[in-house]
Design a protein around this ligand. Structure first.
Ligand SMILES: [Zn+2]
Length: 335
């Protein structure tokens, strides 16, 4: 697609043509034109330059891939709709968090399962991408499908930039969904070193995902977004982790290991612990039994975490009920 976009060539032609006109006039040995004629020539040259710039500019715009539209939405607005197409929005309380709302688990999985394999899944290489066959094997070995590998995803800009850098270095043939995400990240400026931002994702209701589960997934992923973009919160989650007893840390680590997370990654462990313990109050995703504790013990841990949380936009979400979830949308087939 980028091969069609060569606006620079048109600008160069314009400059050469204007310079050529000027040089020719001086070198031709003809008598100097009068002031009026010179003015006319300058005017015509200026008009020609302007026309070429307009044509060149229009060509550059038309030949550039269209920007991906990004609106701004709150948690409630996202929950209140079910997308039929991929929907991208800045998260209203923190624009460094970008939400990708997928029409299906399949589309979400095709775009992000290979990223998950590189970044978070246990027993897989952290320094190279899986090719298609290896990814299929990795997903199946967990008893999963492309759809079920994760129900929601969350990655900081740096992890995504690393994914695309490795893909280029290894000449991995990315699928259309992965290439679309690269275009989005490029548009956001997140492939550059030092970019501050995070992608969080959720699927539309359908299959194993009920409308209310979609709201649970979003709340969980929002907490990851805050973890990546709000340093004081990240530091708080780290200090909370180390305030736990070794037995409690082991209980959460075992639970997360059973979910397929890489238990050697301490940052991943403590990030998921804050997300499940505080922001996933749905027994289908997390409950006391899953970590071998009593409900009273979980309540105590929750209360302790929330009492010391830094005060910012995420804080009320620790206790706020989930916004109402929209019923599944009647989408045209083929999404
Ligand atoms: Zn999570």
């Amino acid at each position: 697609m980028r091969d069609l976009s060569k606006p620079g060539h048109h600008d160069d032609d314009t400059i050469v043509m204007v310079r050529g006109t000027s040089v020719q006039g001086a070198a031709s040995g003809t008598p100097r034109p009068g002031r009026k004629a010179r003015r006319t020539r300058i005017f015509l040259a200026g008009a020609a330059v302007l026309s070429l710039l307009i044509i060149g500019g229009a060509w550059a715009i038309l030949s550039r891939p269209a920007a991906i539209p990004i609106d701004t939405e709150t948690e409630a607005q996202i929950d209140a709709a079910q997308p039929c197409h991929i929907q991208v929005s800045y998260f209203a309380p923190d624009h460094a968090i970008v939400v990708i709302d997928f029409p299906s688990l399949l589309t979400q999985g095709l775009m992000l399962d290979r990223v998950a394999a590189l970044t978070e899944k246990a027993g897989l290489p952290r320094d190279r991408l899986l090719d298609n066959a290896e990814l299929r094997t990795a997903i199946a070995s967990h008893g999963d499908t492309v759809e079920s590998y994760y129900y929601g995803h969350d990655y900081p800009a740096a992890s995504l930039a690393k994914f695309y850098q490795l893909a280029a270095e290894e000449n991995i043939k990315l699928n259309p969904q992965e290439r679309w995400l690269k275009a989005l990240l490029s548009q956001l400026g997140w492939l550059k070193p030092g970019a501050n931002g995070a992608i969080i994702t959720l699927p539309a209701a359908g299959g194993a995902v009920t409308p209310d589960m979609r709201a649970v997934i979003l709340r969980h992923e929002i907490s990851h977004g805050a973890f990546y973009t709000y340093p004081a919160y990240r530091q708080y989650a780290v200090s909370f982790w180390y305030s736990l007893t070794a037995a409690d840390r082991a209980a959460f680590t075992n639970f997360l290991g059973r979910q397929g997370y890489d238990t050697n990654d301490t940052t991943l462990m403590l990030n998921e612990t804050q997300a499940y313990l505080i922001f996933t109050r749905d027994p289908r995703f997390f409950n006391a039994e899953a970590v071998g504790m009593t409900p009273a013990e979980i309540s105590q841990l929750r209360a302790g975490f929330i009492a010391g949380m830094p005060e910012f936009w995420l804080t009320p979400m620790a206790n706020a009920p989930l916004p109402p979830a929209a019923p599944p949308a009647a989408c045209p087939t083929g999404n």
